[in-house]
Design a protein around this ligand. Sequence first.
Ligand code: TNX
Length: 516
Amino acid sequence: LLGLLAPGVPAGAAPQPVTAASTLQQIVPAPVSVTPDPAVRYRLGPATVVFTSGGTDARQVGDYLAGLLRPATRFAVPVVTAPAFPGRAQTLPGISLLLGGADPRVGAEGYQLDSTASGVTIRAAKPAGLFNGVQTLRQLLPASLSGTLTVPGGHILDYPRYPYRGAMLDVARHFLPVADVKKYLDDIALYKVNNLHLHLTDDQGWRLQITGWPNLTAKGASTGSGGGAGGFYTQDQYRDIVAYAQSRHITVVPEIDMPSHFGAALSSYAELNCDGVAGPVYTGLTPAPRSDLCVDKPITYKFIGDVLGQLAALTPGSYLDVGGDEIQDLDDAQYTAFMAKIAPMVAKHGKKLLGWAEMLTATPPKGATGEFWIYDGTQNEVGEASQKGAKLIMAPCVYTYLDMKYAPGVPADIGLEWAGDISVQAAYGWDPTAVVPGALNSNIDGVEAPLWTDTVRSFDDVRYLAFPRLPAIAEIGWSPQASKDWTSFASRLAAQGPRWTALGVKYYAAPEIPWP
Ligand code: TNX
C-alpha cells in the first residue's frame, strides 16, 4: 500500500490500516507532505546518540527527547554536539536535531524530517520547529517505546496552517493542581498545540495569588463548582507552570474574566460590590446570581490595575485575556465604556488584548483579538470587526467545546449539552474559514479547544473529555485544509489509542474510531 503513494502526497490523502509497526502515515496532526521510503527503517539501540546543533535551544530539545527515551528504553541516549554541520544529503549515525539548513517553507514552527537506515535528521529554522519535529518522531516510534524500536524511512516536510493552536483549561470552576496542568501541557504538546489558555477566575473561584489582595485566595479560592476544596496558584507556582510550558514551546495565555464572571472577586471584597456587601462564593452552575463587577466604583479600576500589572509581570507571552463574555446586568454602553478603560491598561504593559468575541461587537477596542465561541446573532458584527482589522481565534461551541457530551448519556456523569453533543467526527468536521460570516481569512489566527469544568471533578475527567477530541481540533489548526479526510483521520487517531494508554491517559474509546 505504501508503494501506491506518490512522493509528496499529503498524509491525509489515503486511509491507512493500523499496523503494529508505525508507518510514516500515522501522524496526528497530518503533516503537509509525507514521502515514505518503505525500503528502509532506522533502528534505535543502546548506542543511539542524539546530536544537536544550533546552541542551547537545540540542546534543550535534545535533552527533552533523551528524557523521553531513556526511562522506557533504558538506553543511555547521550546528547552531544553534532560533529560538523552535515549537508542536506548527509545523515549522522543517530538522531540529529539541527537548527538551520531547513527548507524555507518550514517557517518559525515547521521542520523537515529525514529517516534513513543510518539515522533520523530533523532540521528547523527555530527551536519550536525542532520541538514539533520531535513530536512527530515520537509518533513514529512504537507506543510502548519497547521491543524493536524502529522509525519508518522517508521524508516529511511540515509546518502549521495557523500560528495559534490553543487548548483552554477552566481551572476556576474546578481547580487543577500544578502537576495536573503540567500533565495537560505534555498531553497537548504531542499534538503541536502551542498555547494553553488558563481561565483563572470566574464566579466559582479565583485561582491566582495577587499581592495586596489576600482575600482573593483566602475566600475567593476556597471552593469551586459543586462545592469542594478549591485551591489556587501562588505566584511562584504560576511561574513554574509558565516555565514548564516554555520548555514545551507552549505559551500560557492567562484570562481574568471581567466585567462579568467576576463573582469570586466580588465575594472576596465587599468594597468591590456596588452595594458594599460581599456574598458567599457561588458553587452552582453558570449563570451565577451575582456576576458583573461595579463599573462606577474607582476601586474597581485600582483592583483591576493591580491584577493586570502583576499578571503582566508573570506573563512572557504577548496576550492578556480579559474575558468579556456573558454580560448580565450592564448595558451595551456600560460594557463598551468599561472595555475602553481596560484596553489601555493592557497596552500599558506591552500586552495584546484578547477576549471572547463579544468584545468585538459594538465598539471593539483597537487591536483586540476575539475568541469566537457562540452563535448568538452577533456573528455578522464579529465578521465586520475582522474586516476592520480585528484578529479572530475560532472556538465555535458546537465543534470545539470539550465539556459537551460525546453523545446522549456519554459520559453519563459529566459534561453539558447546551451546545449539543459533539462526536469526534463533529469535532473534526469544520473549517475555521467557514465559521464567522464575512471573516477575513488573513485575520484568522487559529483555533482553540476550550474545556470548561462546571461538571468536571478530576483530571481524569478532563482527559476523558479531551481525548480523543482535542487532537481533532489540533489537526484543524495545523494541517492543510486540502488534506482533510475523515477516514484518514479516524485511522491515524486510532493509532494514538495505545500511546494514550502508555501515557496513562484514560480516553473515551469512541465507537466511530477503528481502535486497534
Ligand atoms: C459558557 S463559553 C461559558 C462558560 C461556561 C460554559 C459551559 C463562555 C465564554 N462562557 O462560562 O463554563 O458555557 O459550557
